[in-house]
Each structure stands twice: as structure tokens, then as C-alpha cells.
Design a protein around this ligand. Structure first.
Ligand code: IVH
Length: 677
């Protein structure tokens, strides 16, 4: 395809333009909708450039649905109000299992049906609802929900969302003359974080959450701005549809998917309400794993005739309900800011919050990371703040509600003297952290000890920070090695320590001697040596003696051990006190070796290379990749002779053909599950 030569005449140009648009639309769909491209970015750019060249030479051939026309049009002065073809309803809410059961009972009554009712359960995407109208397969309008009857015409902005098809194409399906679809525009979390970083750097206020960011982006008057905002969409419903023969909601989703719309693949069908509840609570737990925010689940009667019979109340459908998760965000007050010293001497400020319920638990603290974080968000003592907590993650302050300030709020300044020992605190150039300058700061020892006994390290149960502090205060422990020579008589005198707990504690300490080299290496608290690096080093060298003698070169030879880590390990073992400490541990019987790994589950796919293609029935690509990597395998983007397996789902493309040609083993999700279970 010569990029500089122009076609002989307008007719030839027209044909080439048509072909290019089809190809580009196909690749857009693979990239933005299926998340499964089958060409390199460079090749895609060439196609796009050729199309632009031809359209520049023949501007009369430019049409609104050309992929070059996603970002076009002048900034609007405001948005027109437009009426939806059919009203956009919202959903009633269920906040508990009981309310979900009550909904089920209403459905049973409404349908006068005693047999199982089939439900579809979908993720409730936390963005904003949009309505798209296609005439003869061309996107002619995109609008916000507004009041459900009328919304704002944001077509120019919707067009910039790459996963929204501008033109519907299918080889065998007839494209309906008029089609109205509904979905949710959202901003993926990564894009949200990036946007907020850029905004802070530019001195603009950050968005409180991805939903606000998506709404703000979709309501930009200039589509150029919207196009920079990495918005995405999931389509979940249909309004007017002429000439489409579908009986169930799931058939509708599949139909929309075939037409090129992006459907969330995590919907499931259940016949038993218990399973519906189970799936809802499952995602309440796992929501943090997703790349985007969800605020609940949506439960819908699958049968469209049943939906029609149930109909609507004044406001909401009787055939669907939103099961809402407990809020992950809350508003509270920063009562104080406390500065703690960590085991490396770094001072970390923590917000002491007025206790508030978030995501099902009470939160009274949030990390503030460092002075820069506090300055960036301008967090002051006394401020009203929005906090966020997702799953296991430590709560974070997202932003300050500046309007609530009364004038008495106190800015925070990092103390000049260490709160533990009074030594000067310094901030090295180029580093975010303030550090205590005292190499013997008592905090270092205490925090180091807390780390030594922690779950991923020596895992000594029952030895929490308060007992450790008591042991240190009573001068019973001046080195972690002292833990192993404690006697029942010594610890029984500690506050709140009964005979039984003393015995349990001693047993836990004794058992930790068998933790093995990997845990021990991690427990030593060597800079840059996390759980993973410690495991790699322990398995490779097998015993402490070999690790002690390992050279910088032999360490960096290991996969995943970088120069900084290697340097830090060598430096650690060059310090006589550290060697003495290890010798003391050895003398009391702490195991210094790592069992050679047997063929455990985590080695199952060692050295195996996978390529994923198509849409898997129940797993996302991220989930499948996580399983493969956990078992020691690798996932790459393209099929070659080195590929061991191709895991293929529906709509798999050229990768599958290539795998067949090369004779590479092809697995369905089911076969894959059998392989790894
Ligand atoms: S169905 C008549 N399904 O939740 C039923 N809504 O009040 C129409 N939402 O803002 C809604 N994910 O945009 C449906 N899978 C999903 C959804 C979903 C998110 C939003 C919707 C609306 C709100 C419902």
C-alpha cells in the first residue's frame, strides 16, 4: 500500500477509502472493545495515515462516521436538550440480602410463577448513563440521561470514546433502521489517577472519584478536551429497536456485542436467588480487583416477556433492582496529624480521623504518605475531608472540602526533631521522605522488631506491637535474637499476660525457628528485599552461608533481582553487627536453609508461555493472566514457535489461526481450568 501515491481517480479513492475504514473499524473494535488487538500500533498508524492522506486529497469523500472524524467540530457554547426516544428509567435499590429476597418475592408474585425465575446479574458500573441512537447503523446522537425524558446532546464528546462504534457493521446480521442503546460511560481507575496527577501538577483541583471525572469529561464543551480523557463505555441495554428478534436480556447483550458494542463480560445467569445473592456478595468482596469502579450489582429478570408483564412502578422497573454495596467513600474530619517513625527512619504522617463507617468497617486513621502529599492536597488539621477505602487497602484522603473551612484549620509541618528520639530530621534532596538522622533511634529497633515477627516474615502469632514495646521497655529484648531466649517467668510479669498466653507465645516463638530461609531473609529487613525477592534468593542459594557469600554479579544474574537490591544485600552482609546477629539466631536454632521446592502448584506452569485470545466465557484476561503468573508461567502478546499454549475464547482472531498453523496446543477455558486445578 503506497502511502504517497494517490489513486488514479475519485472512484478508486472512494473504493480505497471504504476498504481502509472497514479495516480501521475492525482494528478499533479489536483494540478498544475486545481488548485484543491483532496488529502492531505502527501498522494501525499507517492505515490511519493513509486514510487521512486520501481524505485530505478528496475532502468531499469525508463522512461523519469516518474513523478520522472522532474528534471534530468546534467547541459548543452549551448543550442542546434532546428528548429520548423511550424514557430512561433508573433502578430501585436493595441494600441488603433481605431486600434482594423481597424483590425476588415481588417478582414471583408479579409473574404468578412458582418455578425458578431466571435472573441475569451484571456489574453496576459507577459512571454515568448515556443513550446512543443509531440510524441505519450510523451513530447520530449521544445524550446524557438528564431527567430520564430529556438529556443533553453530547454527541461530539461521545464520538471521542473509541469503544463507541460510529458505524455498525456485521457480515450476516441485518442492521436495524433505528436502534437506541443504553450504557454507562466511565473512567478506568488508572486514567483517573493519571488525570488527577496532571491536575494537581497544573494547580487544578482534583476530581473526588472516577465517576465525577467521567461526568466532568463528558460535559466538556470542547470535544478535543474530552478526547484526552480516556473514557470508556459498557453497553447494557436497548431502547427502541426495530426489527430485532430477541427473547431474553442475555440474547440482547450477545446481539449488541455482535454489532460491535462493548459489553461487560462478567454478567452471569442464575436460576436460584441464593446464587444471585452469592454472586452479588462475591463482587462486593472482589470489586477492588477491577480496573474500574462499580457501586453494586444489577439483578434483572432475563425473560423479556416476563419483564414486560412486570412493567414499571411510577419510577422504576419491577423486573430489575440495583444491589448497592456499602459506600467506599465517606466524609469526616481530620482531628489531628500524627507522625510515626518507621523501621528505616522515615517519618510518616497519619491523619487521625473522627471515626466513620466506610465499606463496612469503621475508619479512624488514614495514611498521608509524606509532606508533599499533604501539601498537594492542602490537608490541614481540622479539615473536612473525603476518604476512600477499597477492600484491604489502607484508607486514603482523596481531597479536602474547602468550602467547610472555618478559618481555624492548622497546616501541617513535618517536625524538625524526631518525635521518638529528638534527633534532627532531614529530607535528602530528590526524596519525598523526611528521615530521623539517629542510626540508633529507638523507633528503628522497635519497628524492625515488629517487621521481624510479622506475618510474611517469621510469623510469630500473638506478638503484637504492644507486647513487643513492653518487652523492649522491660529491657528483655535488645535484639530480635533475644526473643528466642525468653522464658515464661520473664514474660508472665508483663501486663495482661496470663500463664496460658505466655505458654502460647513461647510456643509460637519456638515454631518460628522453622520458618525457613526465605522468611528469614525478608525478616532481616534488608532494603529493597521484599517477600518476592527473598523467596527467589532463598530458593536459588538454599542456605544463609551461600547468601552471605553471594557476589553482586551472582545476585544480579537472578531473574528479577536488580542492581539496587543486589547492592543492598552485599552491603548488609558487610556489616559485622548484622553477621553477629545472624550467628546468634543460628546458635539458638533458627533454621538457615530453604527446602528445595517440590513440584508444588506454584511451579506448575514454570517456563510455559501462554498467549490469550478472544473472550473467555467466565474469566477476564487479567484473571487468566494472574493464574498463569501465579503458577510460574508467562503471558506474551503474539504467537510464535516459543508459545506453549494458546488460551482461546470466542471471537478469537488471527492468533488462533497462527497457533493452528504452528501446531501449538489450544486450550478452552475449561481445559485451562483442568490444567491448573
Ligand atoms: S439497567 C431500567 N444495568 O445505574 C433499567 N443500569 O439507576 C435501567 N448502571 O444510572 C438501568 N450499570 O446507568 C443497568 N448493568 C447495568 C448498569 C446500570 C450501571 C447505572 C445506570 C443508572 C443507574 C440505575
Amino acid at each position: 500500500m503506497p502511502s504517497s501515491n494517490l489513486p488514479e481517480n475519485a472512484e478508486a479513492a472512494k473504493a480505497e477509502i471504504r476498504e481502509l475504514r472497514t479495516q480501521i473499524n475492525y482494528h478499533n473494535h479489536r483494540y478498544y472493545v475486545l481488548d485484543n488487538p491483532d496488529i502492531e500500533d505502527k501498522e494501525y498508524d499507517l492505515l490511519m495515515r493513509r486514510l487521512i492522506t486520501l481524505e485530505t486529497a478528496y475532502p468531499e469523500l469525508i463522512t461523519g462516521d469516518s474513523p478520522t472524524q472522532r474528534v471534530g467540530g468546534a467547541p459548543a457554547e452549551g448543550f442542546l436538550r434532546v428528548a429520548h426516544l423511550t424514557p430512561m428509567r433508573s433502578l430501585g435499590n436493595a441494600f441488603s440480602e433481605e431486600e434482594l429476597m423481597a424483590f425476588h418475592q415481588r417478582v414471583i408474585n408479579g409473574l404468578a410463577q412458582t418455578a425458578d425465575i431466571e435472573y441475569v446479574v451484571e456489574l453496576k458500573i459507577d459512571g454515568l448513563a448515556i443513550d446512543l441512537v443509531y440510524e441505519n447503523g450510523r451513530l447520530i446522537r449521544g445524550a446524557t440521561r438528564g431527567d430520564g425524558y430529556e438529556g443533553e446532546d453530547v454527541t461530539g464528546n461521545i464520538r471521542t470514546i473509541r469503544s463507541v462504534p460510529l458505524a455498525l457493521e456485521h457480515e450476516s446480521l441485518a442492521i436495524p433502521p433505528l436502534l437506541e442503546v443504553r450504557g454507562e460511560v466511565y473512567m478506568p481507575r488508572k486514567a483517573f489517577d493519571r488525570l488527577n496527577r496532571e491536575r494537581s501538577a497544573a494547580g487544578e483541583p482534583p476530581f473526588a472519584n472516577p465517576r465525577n471525572a467521567a461526568a466532568g469529561s463528558l460535559r466538556q464543551l470542547d470535544p478535543q478536551m474530552t478526547s484526552k480523557r480516556a473514557l470508556d463505555v459498557f453497553i447494557y441495554g436497548i431502547g427502541i429497536h426495530e426489527g430485532v428478534d430477541i427473547q431474553t436480556h442475555t440474547q440482547m447483550l450477545q446481539y449488541l456485542q455482535k454489532l460491535g458494542f462493548k459489553i461487560n463480560p462478567l454478567y452471569r445467569v442464575f436460576k436460584r436467588i441464593e446464587d444471585v445473592v452469592g454472586y452479588c456478595t462475591e463482587w462486593a468482596q472482589k470489586r477492588g480487583d477491577l480496573a474500574y469502579d462499580i457501586d453494586g450489582m444489577v439483578v434483572k429478570v432475563n425473560d423479556l416477556a416476563g419483564q414486560e408483564r412486570l412493567g414499571f412502578t411510577a419510577k422504576d422497573p419491577r423486573w430489575a433492582i440495583a444491589y448497592k454495596f456499602p459506600a467506599e467513600q465517606a466524609v469526616t474530619v481530620v482531628e489531628d496529624i500524627f507522625t510515626g517513625v518507621g523501621r528505616t527512619g522515615v517519618l510518616t504522617p497519619t491523619a487521625i480521623l473522627r471515626p466513620v463507617k466506610v465499606a463496612g468497617s469503621t475508619v479512624s486513621r488514614a495514611t498521608l504518605h509524606n509532606q508533599d502529599f499533604i501539601n498537594e492536597k492542602d490537608i490541614r488539621i481540622g479539615d473536612t475531608v473525603i476518604i476512600h477505602k477499597a477492600g484491604e487497602v489502607i484508607p486514603e484522603v482523596i481531597g479536602v472540602i474547602v468550602e467547610k473551612r472555618m478559618g481555624k484549620e492548622q497546616p501541617f509541618v513535618m517536625p524538625a526533631a524526631c518525635p521518638e528520639c529528638g534527633w534532627p530530621v532531614v529530607r535528602q534532596q530528590g526524596e519525598a521522605a523526611h528521615k530521623c538522622t539517629n542510626a540508633h533511634c529507638p523507633a528503628l529497633f522497635r519497628e524492625g522488631l515488629i517487621h521481624f515477627v510479622s506475618r510474611d516474615a517469621m510469623n510469630i502469632e500473638g506478638l503484637g506491637p504492644s507486647i513487643l514495646t513492653a518487652l523492649i521497655d522491660a529491657k528483655l529484648v535488645t535484639s530480635a535474637a533475644d526473643l528466642y531466649t525468653l522464658t515464661a517467668g520473664q514474660i508472665i510479669n508483663l501486663e495482661r499476660m496470663g500463664d496460658k498466653s505466655a505458654q502460647n507465645l513461647l510456643a509460637a516463638i519456638e515454631a518460628s525457628k522453622q520458618a525457613g530461609l526465605a522468611r528469614l531473609l525478608y525478616a532481616l529487613g534488608i532494603r529493597f528485599v521484599g517477600v518476592k525477592a527473598a523467596g527467589i534468593i532463598a530458593r536459588h542459594f538454599g542456605c544463609m552461608q551461600a547468601v552471605r557469600e553471594a557476589s553482586f554479579a551472582s545476585l544480579t544474574e537472578l531473574n528479577e533481582i536488580g542492581e539496587k537490591t543486589a547492592e543492598s544485600i552485599v552491603a548488609f552482609f558487610a556489616v559485622p553487627e548484622n553477621l553477629e546477629f545472624i550467628e546468634r539466631l543460628e546458635a539458638v536454632g533458627v533454621v538457615m536453609t530453604e527446602e528445595k521446592p517440590q513440584q508444588t502448584a506454584s511451579q506448575l506452569l514454570q517456563g510455559k508461555t501462554f498467549v490469550l485470545t478472544g473472550i473467555l466465557p467466565t474469566m477476564t484476561r487479567t484473571e487468566a493472566t494472574a493464574v498463569i503468573e501465579r503458577l510460574g508461567g508467562k503471558v506474551t502478546g503474539s504467537v510464535s514457535k516459543k508459545t506453549d499454549y494458546v488460551l482461546a475464547g470466542s471471537e478469537a482472531g488471527s492468533k488462533l489461526d497462527k497457533a493452528r498453523n504452528l501446531g501449538i496446543e489450544i486450550l478452552t477455558e475449561e481445559q485451562f481450568r483442568q490444567l491448573v486445578e
